[in-house]
Design a protein around this ligand. Structure first.
Ligand SMILES: NC(=O)C1=CN([C@@H]2O[C@H](COP(=O)(O)OP(=O)(O)OC[C@H]3O[C@@H](n4cnc5c(N)ncnc54)[C@H](O)[C@@H]3O)[C@@H](O)[C@H]2O)[C@@H](O)CC1
Ligand SMILES: Nc1ncnc2c1ncn2[C@@H]1O[C@H](COP(=O)(O)OP(=O)(O)O)[C@@H](O)[C@H]1O
Ligand SMILES: [K+]
Length: 504
């Protein structure tokens, strides 16, 4: 599992080390990790180290210090190094080491702005070490001007030191201008803002360099499941499993306008290993569901009269179909774990419960928040995804999964997950319906199994968020597998789910 922390958590952890006078040692480790990462990138691109050019944009704090020490190490390995000091001042020891190693120093002024920009744009590697976890707000003054111009000039390989300057380490909010990095080398542990959009857009690949503070880190602010976690959590069926023990999912989805959503949700659930799927809905949609998936048991019954372990409600619901909306409300009110998607979101009560998992995309989350009195539009949600999803979970008391390039999960117990295994090709109609099905199958199978999670170190209350994140990971992996770099349909994502689960 990748654990990520806020800037404050990292600074508090570092404090005891700094108080003990080992701050300089930590900085050397950070700089060494950063310099090595740059070397690996150059070698990976089959470039010669000797004579390669590197420009470090160095601010006046410790982030600039890390960058200058790293650049000094690179200078000693034969790279041509330039430091652009964006604040006039610089970390004194870092600057001294850089000069001693033979690096060239440019103190940024309005007069040499064009020259400094051109030099940075022409160098093979740019290290962004202007602001780190001590940043308050975004870049200002000459540093902002330089980064703005450099962004337009499309520089070579951009490597961010700890975090792209201007990205908030706690929330992932980006204060323009931010230089888009291909790689972020981050110290001690990942920062939460690197795993939430839009920060993740600017961070590129994230590499964590241990610096010796790890044992003192607190409970993470944000987690990301990796393949090994999924293998442990997605247990195979027991030898004497039967269809009921595998989990029965009830599905309330689809309408005459969107019958396909019901089919895709059911397919997603079957693909993710539901023991049985019971569909409730209008006869014309039920006919289509039966034709597409003869495995599904269809009826026109009520929620109370249908025996299931979990519910999936809302995908493709029509807001005028009062019978389906009532079923969605009954399911959310049943006390059983329920994934509520799309058309169910505006139909449910404001306050729900943790075992109800809401799955909005950014637009739907904005509408939900507006209904709850929070004046955020879609753009505001996209600019601050982690804060938005956290607020929604707090206000609704439900578990909230925000879909997007990075999928975020927030539970009312303050557990946060970020998964990003998908591909932009998955931004295709019906993809979210398949995700709903995958979540539904996992809820039906694992929702009641408190012991299963407890044995794997997950608190019973935290299992709803964990299940949502596991499903997002499986869905993202299935999408990437099916896409293989090209277009993908929602059906193909669903078809790839069993292969992902087989390899877990
Ligand atoms: N303290 C240590 O020993 C370690 C620190 N580390 C590095 O230190 C960084 C944090 O260092 P700092 O706390 O010095 O903070 P930063 O280097 O992030 O920046 C703080 C400095 O920039 C100024 N500043 C803040 N916001 C600004 C803005 N918007 N525009 C212009 N100037 C601004 C502040 O006044 C201060 O001088 C981490 O990101 C990491 O790179 C790592 O080397 C690990 C060890
Ligand atoms: N740029 C992207 N990169 C990766 N995954 C994405 C991207 N955009 C959307 N997705 C994923 O695709 C799915 C889209 O769901 P949704 O917006 O509900 O679509 P629909 O309602 O058409 O099914 C979600 O799982 C989301 O996380
Ligand atoms: K930085």
């Amino acid at each position: 599992m990748i654990s990520a922390y806020t800037g404050t958590q990292i600074r508090e952890t570092e404090k005891s080390f700094l108080d003990n006078g080992v701050g300089a040692v930590l900085m050397q480790r950070a700089a060494y990790g950063l310099a090595n990462a740059v070397v690996r990138e150059l070698r990976g691109g089959r470039q010669r180290l000797y004579g390669a050019s590197v420009t470090v944009l160095a601010g006046k704090g410790n982030n600039g210090g890390d960058g200058l020490f790293a650049a000094a190490m690179l200078a000693r390995r034969g790279l041509r190094t330039t430091a652009v000091l964006t604040a006039g001042d610089a970390h004194p020891e870092g600057l001294a080491a850089f000069k001693k190693a033979g690096g060239r120093v440019v103190r940024l002024t309005p007069e040499n702005m064009a020259e400094a920009t051109a030099a940075a744009a022409a160098s093979g590697v740019v290290i962004d070490a202007v602001l780190g976890t001590g940043a308050q707000g975004g870049l200002r003054g000459p540093a902002a001007e330089l980064v703005e111009a450099l962004g337009r000039a499309r520089p070579g390989l951009v490597v961010a030191c700890d975090i792209p300057s201007g990205v908030d380490a706690d929330t992932g909010e980006a204060h323009a201008p931010v230089l888009r990095a291909e790689l972020t080398v981050t110290f001690g542990a990942a920062k939460a803002g690197l795993l939430a959009d839009p920060g993740a857009d600017f961070a590129g690949r994230v590499q964590v360099v241990p610096i010796g503070i790890e044992a003192g880190l607190p409970w993470p602010a944000l987690c990301r499941f990796e393949a090994g976690d999924l293998s442990a959590l997605l247990a195979r069926p027991e030898r004497r499993a039967h269809k009921y023990s595998r989990g029965v999912l009830g599905v309330v989805a689809g309408s005459s306008a969107y019958p396909g959503a019901a089919v895709l949700a059911c397919k997603g659930a079957l693909a993710a290993g539901a023991g049985m799927v019971r569909y409730l809905g209008p006869p014309d949609v039920a006919d289509l569901v039966r034709q597409a998936c003869p495995e599904i048991v269809c009826s026109a019954g009520t929620v109370a009269g249908t025996h299931v372990q979990a519910w999936l409600v809302g995908s493709g619901l029509d807001d005028s179909d009062e019978q389906q909306l009532q079923r969605a409300r009954d399911a959310a009110d049943s006390g059983l774990p329920t994934i509520a998607d799309a058309g169910a979101l505006p139909a449910l009560p404001d306050v729900l419960a943790p075992q109800v998992i809401l799955t909005p995309h950014a637009g739907e989350l904005a509408s939900l928040l507006q209904r709850l009195g929070v004046g955020l539009d879609r753009a505001a949600v996209e600019a601050s995804t982690l804060s938005a999803v956290r607020r929604a979970a707090g206000l609704t008391e439900a578990t909230v999964l925000l879909k997007g390039a990075t999928t975020l999960v927030a539970s009312p117990f303050q557990d946060f997950y970020s998964q990003a295994e998908g591909t932009p090709w998955m931004a295709t109609a019906g993809s979210g319906d398949v995700l709903a099905g995958v979540i539904g199958a996992l809820l039906a199978r694992l929702g009641a199994d408190v012991g299963h999670f407890a044995e794997r170190g997950i608190d019973p209350d935290a299992r709803w968020g964990a299940i949502a994140a596991m499903a997002a990971s499986v869905h993202g992996r299935a999408g990437s597998l099916a896409s293989a770099g090209g277009p993908v349909t929602a059906s193909a994502i669903s078809d790839a789910v069993p292969e992902v689960l087989r390899t877990m």
